[in-house]
Design a protein around this ligand. Structure first.
Ligand code: 4AD
Ligand code: MG
Length: 483
């Protein structure tokens, strides 16, 4: 029999074309045997829902049935019939089963039971085959698509900024070196230092920490642009919110001041949350149930007060609170938390950098809405941020979310050449290598602004997952670059 064109399971499970002959292909999740029939659940990644396949021992040979186990790949041709079982409306009554790829049950590591997320990280090559990672993968795709849609609809242009760069955009020195020099015996200068003039680019180069500086060049001609690229940071932060390789969305807008910048950040985040609610309903429902189960395992005081959809609605329904750093320090310093020493890092003076525990306190306990903090001390922010008239603070902005803390960091940019040069000197940013950046301030400089949204931080929020290693397929973290 000539095989039919395959139909994706997402379309099949919605089909009510009773009696129609179709072909489904996918991977076996479970196999359950009762008297004369065998029930298989099949998934092909197109939906969180599995297709129930019914194998009648009188139709499908026992030899074939016995070789079907969890993880095997099948092509099943059969008839769409109404299902009497609970949980699904339809099932596929198989006429013909072809085993495309077997999976030995003694070796296949995914059993039809709940595995821990830690264990699944060790088998990241197979974790796509779990319901949880299928859902995350589909939501991730939807969010990528929504980000491009948001900016495209607003007339922004997507810019590809370089991944290999000679500059340190954030000035934090946390970069991965890119080199072809022999690590054992590199060419050296007379004073013994490595001679990078022999390296591929004739100079030291790194993986980028941000596409912002190049996005600024584009914005000062195209008006509204955005980048969406991989970003690399060699900071040794082994937390549930840091990756060494993550994806960042960086819009950059000419003629925007910090208020326009905040409006755009809030509008974008609300658009993305709404998009997820509208387009990822089944996956979010699954992730929400999953999270509720996890919450029940926790101690009462550690439980999250909000269910996933509730948390998403919380962002949609509330205007983001906009406060200055100085106001934030005031609130934190006088908070009952601080007075009772419940912060790991006590808030004792103006000028300290905020920790995620402080950010979450402001969002979750004090304001009970997402918060945008502006006007940070210049000492703790990057060289390119516009200096305020007080000469102590810069026009920085951080957007803080429940559960995450900082989800966006950005600023109005310093467009005055003399002030920018002074800041670069103060912060030891090499002026000579940045000549091209400085020329934008020489030729037709204008007020402009931008920000960076950490894509995996957004994914943590949308999916309700607790660890950033679980919202990117192949996480890169200290001591971990498997797969
Ligand atoms: O605050 P950051 O460092 O800002 C910049 O890089 C600016 N150049 C952005 C701009 O103005 N165009 O990073 C921006 C965001 C953070 O708010 C956070 O969401 C995310 O990037 N981020 C990380 N995400 C995962 N792992 C890390 N190690 C991250 N570091 C920053
Ligand atoms: Mg930041």
């Amino acid at each position: 029999m000539e095989s039919l064109k395959r139909t994706k399971i997402r379309d099949l499970i919605q089909s009510e074309e009773w009696g129609k002959e179709v072909t489904a292909k996918g991977w076996v999740r479970t196999k359950r045997e009762s008297k004369n029939v065998v029930f298989i659940t099949l998934n092909d990644g197109s939906t969180i829902h599995n297709l129930q396949v019914v194998l009648d021992a009188e139709v499908i040979r026992e030899e074939v049935i016995s070789r079907i186990h969890s993880g095997a790949a099948l092509s099943v041709t059969g008839e769409i019939v109404r299902s009497l079982g609970a949980g699904q409306n339809m099932e596929l009554k198989a006429h013909e089963v072809e085993i495309l790829g077997e999976a030995n049950p003694d070796e296949y590591p995914l059993q039809p039971k709940k595995h821990s997320l830690e264990f699944l990280r060790e088998i990241a090559h197979l974790r796509f085959r779990t319901s949880t990672f299928g859902a995350i993968t589909r939501v991730r795709h939807s969010m990528i698509f929504a980000i491009h849609k948001f900016f495209n609809d607003k007339g922004f242009y997507n810019i590809h900024t370089p991944i290999i760069t000679a500059s340190d955009a954030e000035g934090a020195g946390e970069m991965f070196r890119v080199t072809i020099l022999d690590p054992v015996n590199p060419p050296r200068k007379e004073d013994g230092a490595v001679d990078y003039s022999h390296d591929f680019f004739g100079r030291p180069t790194n993986l980028t920490v941000s596409g912002q500086l190049e996005a600024e060049l584009a914005a000062l001609s195209m008006s509204d642009v955005y980048t969406f690229g991989p970003t690399f940071r060699a900071e040794n932060s082994n937390t549930s919110r840091h990756l060494a390789e993550f994806w960042m969305i960086e819009p950059e807008m000419a003629f925007y001041d910090i208020h326009d910048n905040m409006d755009l950040a809030e509008e974008m985040l609300k658009f993305l949350v709404q998009y997820a609610l509208d387009h990822c309903r089944d996956d979010l429902e699954f992730l929400s149930k999953r999270q509720q189960e996890e919450e029940r395992q926790k101690k009462v005081e550690d439980r999250s007060p909000m269910e996933l959809r509730e948390k998403l609605m919380f962002v949609l329904d509330n205007a983001f609170e906009r406060i200055t750093y100085t106001e934030a320090i005031d609130v934190l310093q006088n908070s009952p938390y601080n007075r009772k020493n419940r912060f790991q890092f006590p808030v004792n003076r103006w000028g300290i950098d905020l920790q995620s525990e402080h950010e979450r306190y402001l969002v979750e306990k004090h304001y009970r809405t997402p918060v945008i903090i502006t006007d940070y001390p210049k000492q703790i922010k990057a060289f390119y941020m516009k200096v305020n008239d007080d000469d102590r603070t810069v026009r920085a902005l951080d957007v803080l979310f429940p559960q995450i803390g900082e989800i966006i960091g950005g600023s109005q940019r310093e467009e005055r050449l003399d002030v920018l040069l002074r800041r670069m000197k103060e912060m030891n940013i090499p002026e000579k290598e940045m000549w091209w950046y400085l020329e934008t301030r020489k030729f037709g400089t204008v007020p402009h602004s931008g920000f960076g949204l950490g894509f995996e931080r957004l994914m943590l929020f949308i999916t309700g997952m607790g660890n950033i290693r679980d919202v990117i397929p192949f996480p890169r973290t200290p001591q971990n670059a498997e797969f």
